[in-house]
Design a binder for this molecule. Structure first.
Ligand code: AN0
Ligand code: CP
Length: 318
């Protein structure tokens, strides 16, 4: 493995999950792999979980880990080629990337969708520039269209908590006051489509995701119907993907909030969310605080998904 963007990059997903469960049992057992290697985590956007879990994963593997918040202390970066740089941006990404790469061996990048240009976002322009101009193994820490470390942690969590061989997993849209990327639901669908689960997506009309990730998965527009018999309910807000509403909020329908009544439709289902979550928009206090809420162990598994991925990058490239 050289880069991580999709489930495909992990190869056999079942093997990857088994490897992750081994890593979880012995998370300090691979320290020799990272000796004298440096992990650079570059953040263009905010983060709590990804920042802490990826840094921790690097340290578990014996790496030196540097975290750079590009917007706090570094020069403001231009990302478009050909621009006359007479504005507020002092440096171009095309110089910044090779400079950053001079000081590290592996690079993680967080760079959200900007919603200014759908093609710029969906071509993963920023992440691909890191891949092309750094010459280093690069992984997404949520880039414009994907969040594979999250989806991998979600899959590990489902594996740990499932009670039947092939659980029913429902990805449901829920309301939110601000326009959010499609990266988390895209990657969740990408991973669930490759996993041994009965996968259903539910959202209001107009919130259809990119078919590249949905790949023919069942879409049920009636949320109550979708939730019937669910073993796992994975809530997430996202903004519209389809034109002409790309990046826009087209519904704030509070009937989609995951409540105790909604969870009563499920098969004593577990509640999941990647966090950060807005309580009483996405999910009620009662549900997120219930015994069936997995949000904390799910977040804790981010250390494990990151460690498994960085371990493979170390094994395969050095
Ligand atoms: C981001 C998103 O929805 O993509 C990060 C989630 C991991 N969420 C927010 O910006 C609130
Ligand atoms: N779930 C997740 O990626 O959280 P952060 O945005 O806090 O890193």
């Amino acid at each position: 493995m050289r880069t991580l963007m999709t489930a495909h990059d992990l190869g056999d997903l079942n093997k990857a999950v088994q490897e992750a469960l081994e890593v979880k049992k012995n998370r300090y057992g691979y320290k020799h792999l990272g000796e004298n290697k440096t992990l650079l985590c570059v953040f263009f956007n905010n983060s709590l979980r990804t920042r802490l879990s990826t840094q921790k994963a690097g340290m578990n593997l014996g790496m030196n880990t540097i975290v750079l918040d590009v917007n706090q202390g570094a020069w403001k970066l231009e990302t478009e080629r050909g621009v006359i740089m007479d504005g507020d941006k002092s440096e171009h990404l095309l110089e910044a990337i090779p400079v950053m790469a001079s000081f590290c061996d592996i690079i993680g990048v967080r760079s959200f969708a900007r919603f200014e240009n759908k093609a710029f976002d969906y071509e993963e322009t920023i992440l691909n520039q890191f891949i092309k101009y750094s010459g280093k193994p690069v992984f997404s820490m949520e880039s414009a269209t994907v969040h594979p470390l999250q989806a991998f942690a979600d899959l590990i969590t489902i594996e740990e908590h499932k009670k039947v061989a092939r659980p029913k997993v429902v990805l449901t849209w829920a309301p939110h006051p601000r326009a959010l990327p499609q990266a988390v639901p895209n990657s969740f669908a990408d991973f669930m489509n490759e996993a041994n689960v009965d996968f259903v997506i539910t959202h209001p009309k107009g919130y259809e995701l990119d078919e590249k990730f949905v790949r023919g998965a069942k879409v049920e527009y009636d949320q109550d119907k979708a939730l019937e018999g669910a073993d796992f309910v994975y809530a997430k807000n996202w903004s519209a993907y389809q034109d002409p509403n790309y990046g826009q909020i087209i519904s704030k329908d509070m009937n989609w909030t995951i409540s105790t009544e909604k969870m009563a439709l499920t098969n004593n289902g577990k509640f999941m969310h990647c966090l950060p979550v807005r309580r009483n928009m996405i999910v009620t206090d009662d549900v997120i605080e219930s015994a069936n809420s997995l949000v904390i162990p799910e977040a804790a598994n981010r250390e494990i998904s990151a460690e498994t991925v960085i371990k493979r990058l170390l094994e395969d490239n050095f």
